[in-house]
Design a protein around this ligand. Structure first.
Ligand code: ZN
Length: 262
């Protein structure tokens, strides 16, 4: 909670300094909807080094009845700046991530990409825009973001065919087809061979697909195989909602997501 308050005060401090109070970002729907669990405090934002110049950021949201639910993204160093993969749950947490890259890493975040249109990936877009980050998402993600009440990215990543890839800031972006959401993309960092699977890849050996409200249950398993086949050398796999793991979580997700015959 202490860190969240620091994040909010940083954000408000920025707004105050920039003298445009009318641009106070509306804290995301999610943070307003966060419901309270007696005795459970929201955990602070965490940063973990995954490899040379690659960091994982993790923000938490208290969701009854489960408690703190994590969401992971990446920070990748690029010379004297860094780039971001996904926001945290809300503006305050995302402002903390931006401040950490600037103050601790000494590599301010210049640009970001967002792996699909849900609040755990785009809940902090207003903070990024206020802090001068150039945001990128696919055309489909931006359209779905508007439909789902989220702020879209300012720039479009030109990728729409299943299996197509583009290079962006030294990273390889793949559209594997619809899975957790029709627009989910994955990001491969080829220096350390780290595959960021986002919400399309389920953590650990879970048997649950998590939130399937916007899922493509007919294609999810194939989409995971497409991502696994596109990056055969990547041995570290990052899901949104669990710990970094190996390629076994690709296999497990493809297995639990396979279409059910009824
Ligand atoms: Zn999602």
């Amino acid at each position: 909670m202490r860190y969240t308050l620091i994040g909010i005060s940083l954000l408000l401090g920025f707004v105050f300094l920039s003298g445009c109070m009318h641009q106070v970002p509306v804290l995301s729907q999610q943070s307003e909807q966060s419901t309270h669990i007696e005795g459970v405090a929201e955990k602070p934002v965490e940063f973990v080094k995954l490899g040379t110049g690659v960091w994982m950021h993790t923000g938490y949201k208290v969701v009854p009845p489960w408690g703190n639910i994590r969401t992971n993204g990446l920070i990748i160093e690029r010379g004297d700046y860094s780039v971001l993969v996904d926001t945290a749950w809300n503006d305050a947490q995302t402002a903390e991530i931006v401040a950490w890259a600037k103050d601790t890493l000494q590599k301010p975040i210049r640009a970001s990409i967002h792996t699909h249109a849900h609040s755990d990936k785009m809940g902090g877009m207003d903070a990024l825009h206020m802090l001068g980050v150039e945001t990128f998402a696919t055309d489909l993600t931006n359209r779905l973001a508007i439909e789902r009440g989220l702020m879209p990215a300012k720039n479009v990543l030109n990728i729409s065919e299943i299996g197509s890839q583009i290079e962006w800031e030294g990273l390889t972006i793949l559209y594997p087809g619809g899975g957790h959401s029709e627009d989910n993309i994955v990001v491969n960092e080829g220096v350390n061979n780290i595959l960021f699977g986002g919400c399309m890849i389920r953590p650990g050996m879970t048997t649950s697909l998590g939130n399937i409200d916007d899922a493509n249950l007919g294609y999810w398993s194939k989409a995971v195989e497409n991502a696994a086949n596109a990056f055969p050398d990547s041995q570290i796999v990052i899901p949104s909602h669990g710990k970094p793991a190996g390629r076994e979580i690709l296999k497990n997700t493809a297995y639990i997501a396979r279409p059910k015959l009824d």
